[in-house]
Design a protein around this ligand. Structure first.
Ligand code: PLP
Length: 287
């Protein structure tokens, strides 16, 4: 089935959708994005993604391409036209194109942002076999820029990190800066020791995960103890269990770090329970 995608106000077959070669997203990675999950044909935490998008745009001095209401309408229209029951909606906004290449930002009065949305069909997203197996993680150096709180499309290093993990026979990588874990290549990182969930506090060093916020709230509601502090990879290796969170993988148990099995090497009870709670609660609140 040919996907219907959205580009700058138009719904088009994916084969007919185009963006200028001078687009600053293409030339300079001058753009931001969001990925929203779809379960049961409904959007998970749309509001959280819309709020973070607005923040990313503001931080980069980029004009909003449309209102939150219009964004919701486009998301829903694409889910409906592409008959997505389980999957993702990808949204990207760039600073657009003024028809040439220049380091200086174009005038926002005359250069409109580029907005692109498309769906990805992912049957079995919720009942993901990978979550039953758990993920194997390697640790690598974090050499990304200093504004990781902004969700930009500069994803080359995270992409390289995934390839390093793959090459090492693992599933993903956690990033280390100044001796402490920042986050995963495309997720937030946690370990559990003696029943306590530990994760890095929010700052410009990590993305403020929409799933992180929801999971920490749900953990507190379930009387779980959460500590937000810096932690090392060695602490994580000695943990009873570990996990990651992201909008597309929800809560993903981690069973191995740098070749060291955590606990009995299978998904831990807290990660497993949090995944259940997250899926249940998010579905109830989905729109
Ligand atoms: N950290 C990074 C670097 C990410 O790329 C992502 C998601 O893409 C996350 C964390 C998780 O954020 P969210 O839960 O909003 O998907």
């Amino acid at each position: 089935m040919t996907r219907t995608v959205y580009v700058n106000g138009e719904y088009l077959p994916e084969t007919e959708a185009t963006v200028s070669i001078f687009d600053r997203g293409f030339l300079m990675a001058d753009g931001v994005y969001e990925v929203t999950s779809v379960l049961d044909g409904k959007l998970i935490d749309f509001d959280g993604h819309a709020v973070r998008l607005e923040r990313s745009l503001t931080e980069l001095d980029m004009p909003a391409a449309c209102t939150k209401e219009e964004l919701l309408e486009i998301h829903r229209e694409l889910v409906s036209r592409n008959e997505i029951v389980e999957g993702l909606v990808y949204l990207q906004i760039t600073r657009g194109s003024d028809g040439d290449r220049d380091f200086v930002f174009p005038d926002p009065e005359t250069t409109k942002p580029t907005i692109v949305l498309f769906t990805q069909n992912k049957p079995g997203l919720a009942d993901n076999p990978a979550a039953k197996k758990g993920a194997k993680i390697i640790s690598i150096e974090d050499i990304r820029w200093g504004r990781r709180d902004i969700k930009t499309v500069q994803l080359l290093y995270p992409s390289m990190g995934k390839m390093m993990a793959k090459k090492a026979g693992a599933d993903d990588a956690w990033l280390i800066e100044d001796g402490y874990v920042t986050e995963g290549t495309s997720n937030n990182a946690y370990f559990v020791k003696n029943g306590k969930i530990v994760t890095r506090p929010l700052s410009n060093d990590i993305l403020h995960g929409i799933t992180r916020k929801a999971v920490l709230r749900m953990a507190a509601e379930a009387q779980m103890v959460v500590e937000e502090r810096l932690f090392t990879i060695d602490e994580a290796k000695e943990a009873d269990e570990a996990f990651t969170t992201s909008a597309s993988a929800f809560v993903m148990p981690v069973v191995e770090i740098d070749g060291v099995a955590l606990g009995d090497g299978t998904p831990g009870p807290i990660a497993t329970r949090l995944r259940e709670i997250y899926l249940e609660e998010s579905l109830k609140a989905a729109i």
